[in-house]
Design a protein around this ligand. Structure first.
Ligand SMILES: Cc1cc2nc3c(=O)[nH]c(=O)nc-3n(C[C@H](O)[C@H](O)[C@H](O)COP(=O)(O)OP(=O)(O)OC[C@H]3O[C@@H](n4cnc5c(N)ncnc54)[C@H](O)[C@@H]3O)c2cc1C
Length: 457
């Protein structure tokens, strides 16, 4: 059945939804709005462009207006949606350049307005050279400043994965870098101390000033109004450039009456439907059911955004088997020679969520020692003490061979709520070029169950 579908926001989630919807059924009338002037910019490449790994930042796009028009969508860029009447099913938008007004009715609405970096108020926050990091426009500024000889020192506020990537990128460009976080450890909700100790050490050994447990209170500038220092409760540090990376807030003000988490993320079901009839929400705007935490959580990642687009579009097209029943928050970080991946909850996050947990940490060489080259790998499993249900897993891979993708089957195990006995006999391969007969994942499970005779920790 063909519908009139209005899409609000055309970046990763919106693009995925539009392409899927019209590829499956070109008869829909699709009208889409985005307030930005570009489509599909991959923010994951910003740090890689700053450091010079990516030579041309324009390579970080995979779609554009012409692409979406070729599917049959009527896409309006530079056009802000300022009101949605959910009773009359009308979207109101205005072109930010020409002022042209739009009033579009819809049968189905796909809400993909994404998120925006949290901007916080501190003293002198309006000085020059203080930035946030998300859009192509931000990337252009951050790349230009990486090669500016007047920018000698850089402060990154927030040691999440984006902050750490930027800290490494500017360090590789020869800048003096300070990385600040309020928490006592980097990425504590995703990785426990077994991994963050080594990572923090490697960051510091590289010469980055990693300042943990420190609260930013403001900035100091020069007479030209440019930032020169960050001020924290643990002292002041030089900074000719500051990037604030302290998380993302979902853009959901337009759907005032929908069910939301306290941070504004829209609660959706497995079909990506919100609590308002005929309104689907996808991407960074939503909170999905998190299989480890057993509640709705906001996990702002591109992986969830593009899958959400496929699900919402398929549901509109009546392909009802395509659902996103749960997420597990699977993520990866690759900085300062630490290749890390995690899924579910860290031990700290699980305890904070009220779970009674046990853990199993196992570190080993990845291949048999008779091979010429072996590399270090470590894994930590977090599981419910009584039921042995897997709640989280973290993998650290140190060398040339990334072993992080083993996290994929552990995330499926979390989504399927499997316990360690069910996982212990997974049929994994063994080949000396790649791993050991008891590979590191199985070893960690057997160790947790008290069944491992291969190695005493
Ligand atoms: C630096 C950086 C690195 C990242 N790295 C990774 C990574 O390695 N792996 C990963 O999985 N994820 C990564 N992410 C996260 C990923 O980019 C986001 O999850 C993804 O952008 C979400 O896509 P989205 O389409 O839901 O939202 P957004 O990308 O936020 O897009 C929303 C769109 O809606 C538009 N919009 C908003 N409000 C309105 C309105 N009222 N009217 C009209 N248009 C509107 C916006 O202009 C925007 O184009 C990274 C993010 C950043 C910033």
């Amino acid at each position: 059945m063909a519908y009139k579908v209005v899409v609000v926001g055309v970046n990763h989630a919106g693009t995925s939804a539009i392409r899927t919807l019209l590829a499956q059924d070109p008869d829909h009338e699709v009208v889409a709005f985005d307030r930005n002037n570009n489509i599909s910019f991959l923010g994951c490449g910003i740090a890689l462009s700053v450091s010079g790994v990516v030579k041309d930042v324009n390579d970080l796009f995979y779609s554009d207006l012409a692409d979406l028009q070729s599917y049959g969508a009527d896409v309006h860029m530079n056009t802000d949606v300022y009101r949605i009447d959910t009773k009359k099913k009308i979207v109101y938008a205005r072109n930010l350049e020409s002022g042209q007004e739009y009033e579009e009715t819809y049968d189905k609405l796909i809400y993909a307005a994404g998120s925006w970096p949290v901007e916080f108020k501190v003293n002198n926050g309006d000085l020059e050279n203080i930035h946030i990091c998300k859009l192509y426009q931000h990337a252009q500024e951050l790349i230009k400043k990486a090669s500016d000889p007047e920018i000698k020192s850089v402060a990154v506020i927030g040691a999440g994965y984006i902050g750490m990537e930027l800290a490494e990128a500017y360090y590789l460009k020869g800048k003096k870098v300070t990385l600040v976080d309020l928490q006592e450890r980097v990425v504590p909700l995703y990785f426990d101390q077994e991994f963050t100790d080594r990572l923090q050490n490697d960051i510091r050994e590289a010469g980055v000033n990693l300042l943990l447990g420190a609260r930013l209170t403001g900035y100091k500038g020069d007479k030209d109004g440019k930032v020169k220092q960050i001020v924290t409760d643990k002292g002041s540090y030089e900074a000719d450039l500051v990037i604030q990376c302290v998380g993302f807030k979902p853009n959901t003000e337009l759907l005032e009456k929908a069910d939301k988490l306290p941070n504004g993320a829209l609660k959706v079901d497995a079909k990506m439907l919100t609590s308002i009839p005929d309104i689907y929400a996808i991407g960074d705007t939503v909170a999905m059911y998190h299989a480890a935490a057993d509640k709705h959580c906001h996990v702002a990642l591109a992986t969830n955004a593009v899958k959400g687009g496929v699900v919402a579009a398929s549901q509109i097209n009546g392909v009802e088997q395509v659902k996103l029943e749960s997420i597990a928050g699977t993520n990866a970080i690759c900085v300062f020679d630490n290749m890390l991946a995690s899924t579910g909850m860290s031990e700290m996050a699980a305890k904070a969520n009220g779970y009674n947990v046990s853990t199993s940490f196992y570190a080993d060489n990845d291949r048999p020692e008779f091979m010429n080259e072996v590399e270090k790998v470590g894994i930590k499993l977090v599981y419910e003490k009584d039921s042995l249900r897997l709640l989280g897993a973290q993998i650290g891979s140190y060398g040339k061979t990334p072993h992080t993708e083993a996290i994929f089957y552990l995330s499926l195990a979390i989504q399927k709520k499997m316990n360690l006995f069910e996982l212990a006999m997974t049929d994994v391969y063994f080949l000396p070029h790649f791993n050991k007969p008891f590979n590191f994942v199985i070893s960690a499970i057997l160790q947790a169950l008290g069944l491992h005779y291969m190695k005493k920790q």
